[in-house]
Ligand binder design. Structure first.
Ligand code: SF4
Ligand code: SF4
Length: 395
C-alpha cells in the first residue's frame, strides 16, 4: 500500500542509502543488539520496502521503527546525507495513521496536548518531585528538587547598552522542573546586552509530538510559537532537543523566519566577540556529555566546551562518539530496558573520568545521568556553570 499521508519519506530520500555501514558504530540500538533491523541501514531498507508497497506496514515494521531512539547519530556520519531524522518522523506519522491504537492515541494526547498545558505540567511535576523523595524509577528519579522560578510572561532588561531582543523558549518541563537553567540563561544574556522576553502565549516547542508522529499537534504548536515570538531577533532554547526542533520550524510553521539558536551557540559567540567575559579563575576538570540533539542534530560540539572553558573549567571528554545516553524523550519510558542499558554505559564512562562535575545541555540527558550516577555528582547545564562562575567572580 505504501504511504497514505504527505508525511511519509519520498523516493529520493528512500534511495539515498548506499549501505556503507558507517552508521553502525554510532547507532545505540545496533550497538545494544547487533541486529541489522535495529540499525539505520536496516531501518532504511525496511522503510523503502514499505514505502514502495513491497512489504506491508505490519507489527514487525512498527516495532522496528519504534525501537529507533531518534538520536540522529546516523545522520551526522552518513556520507550519502540521508536525512534520517525527518524520515523517521514521517514514518512514525504514517504508522499513527495506518496502524492507529489506543496506545498511540494516548501518547499523542500526552505529548501533543497535555504537555502544552503549563499549569497541568506544573502540577504534574510538583507531584513527581514529591514522590521522588521516596525514589521514582528510571529517568524520573533524576528530577531536580529545587522550587521553580516563573519567567513566563516576564520581560528582563539588558545590562548596559541594548544589543537586541532574545525570545526565550520556556518549554514544557523546564520552567517547573529546571528553572535554574532559565535563570542562568536570562542573567547571562542580559549581561551580553540582550533584552530577554518569555512570551506568555508560547507553548511546548512540539519536538516530542513530532518525534512520535503526532504531526498535526507539532504543526499547531509551531504555529502558536511563531505568533508568540513575532519580532524578536533570536529565539533561544536552553534544552538541546528544543533548539534542534526550533531550527527545523520552517517544516512545521508556515513563514517561520525567526533565527533559532541553542543557548551554548549564542553565548559562545558572545564570549568570542568579547561581549561576555572569560574567567581567570581555574575551577578544575568537568566532564562534558553531548546531548544527541546538540551534537548529532545540530552538529554543535565546540560551543558548550568554549562556554565551560570561559567559566574556568578544563574539559574532560567521554570517548564514545557521543553515543546516546538512553534518555531520548518518550523513548526511554517506552523502552526501559534499552534505556537503562545505555544509561548505565554512559554512567560507567563518566565514573571513569576524573571529575564529579558533569555538564549536559539537555534536560532529558540530565535526568537520565542523575538517575544513573551517585548523589555526589553535580549535573547541570553548561550555562549554569558559566553563570555561577560570573557570580563567583563578582561580574
Ligand atoms: S552511513 Fe548512510 S549511506 Fe551508509 S549505511 Fe548508514 S544510512 Fe546508509
Ligand atoms: S536515529 Fe539513532 S537509533 Fe535511530 S537509526 Fe539513527 S543512530 Fe540508530
Amino acid at each position: 500500500m505504501g504511504w497514505i499521508t504527505p508525511e511519509g519519506p519520498g523516493p529520493i530520500d528512500l534511495s539515498k542509502c548506499v549501505a556503507c555501514g558507517l552508521c553502525l558504530a554510532v547507532c545505540p540500538t545496533y550497538q545494544l543488539t547487533s541486529e541489522e533491523q535495529a540499525s539505520p541501514r536496516g531501518r532504511l531498507s525496511a522503510m523503502a520496502a514499505v514505502g514502495e508497497g513491497v512489504l506491508p506496514m505490519d507489527e514487525t515494521f512498527e516495532q522496528v521503527m519504534e525501537f529507533c531512539c531518534q538520536c540522529r547519530a546516523c545522520e551526522a556520519v552518513c556520507p550519502a546525507l540521508v536525512p534520517f531524522g525527518t524520515m523517521i518522523e514521517g514514518v512514525r506519522a504514517e504508522i499513527n495513521v495506518q496502524r492507529p491504537s489506543i496506545g498511540t492515541r494516548l501518547r499523542d494526547q500526552a505529548l501533543g496536548r497535555l504537555i502544552s498545558m503549563p499549569k497541568l505540567v506544573s502540577v504534574g511535576l510538583r507531584a513527581a518531585k514529591t514522590a521522588n523523595r521516596f525514589g521514582l524509577p528510571g529517568m524520573l528519579g533524576g528530577l531536580r528538587s529545587d522550587p521553580p522560578t516563573i519567567v513566563r510572561g516576564v520581560e528582563f532588561d539588558p545590562i548596559g547598552e541594548e544589543r537586541g531582543t532574545v525570545g526565550l523558549l520556556v518549554g514544557c518541563v523546564m520552567e517547573s522542573g529546571f528553572s535554574q537553567v532559565h535563570v542562568s540563561t536570562i542573567e547571562v544574556l542580559r549581561r551580553a546586552g540582550y533584552r530577554v522576553v518569555a512570551p506568555q502565549e508560547q507553548r511546548c516547542c512540539g519536538a516530542l509530538a513530532a518525534h512520535e508522529g503526532a504531526a498535526l499537534d507539532a504543526r499547531r504548536l509551531a504555529e502558536r510559537n511563531k505568533a508568540a515570538f513575532e519580532g524578536v531577533d533570536f529565539v533561544v532554547a536552553d534544552a538541546a532537543g528544543c533548539s534542534a526542533h526550533l531550527k527545523e520550524y520552517d517544516k512545521w510553521a508556515t513563514g517561520w523566519s525567526a533565527q533559532a539558536r541553542d543557548i551554548t551557540e549564542l553565548v559562545a559567540e558572545e564570549i568570542d566577540s568579547g561581549h561576555l567575559p572569560v574567567s581567570a579563575t581555574r575551577r578544575g576538570p568537568i566532564t562534558v556529555q553531548d546531548p544527541c540533539h546538540l551534537r548529532h542534530a545540530q552538529r554543535i560540539v565546540e560551543q558548550p566546551r568554549a562556554v565551560l572553558r570561559a567559566a574556568g573549567y578544563d574539559i574532560v571528554e567521554l570517548d564514545d562518539l557521543g553515543l546516546c545516553c538512553g534518555a531520548a524523550g518518550a523513548w526511554g519510558a517506552l523502552n526501559p530496558a534499552a534505556s537503562k542499558a545505555l544509561g548505565e554505559r554512559k554512567a560507567a564512562l563518566i565514573r571513569s573520568a576524573r571529575s564529579t562535575l558533569v555538564a549536559s545541555a539537555n534536560v532529558g540527558c540530565e535526568m537520565q545521568l542523575r538517575a544513573h550516577l551517585d548523589d555526589w555528582y553535580r549535573i547541570a547545564h553548561p550555562i549554569e556553570f558559566y553563570w555561577q562562575a560570573l557570580v563567583e567572580d563578582g561580574r
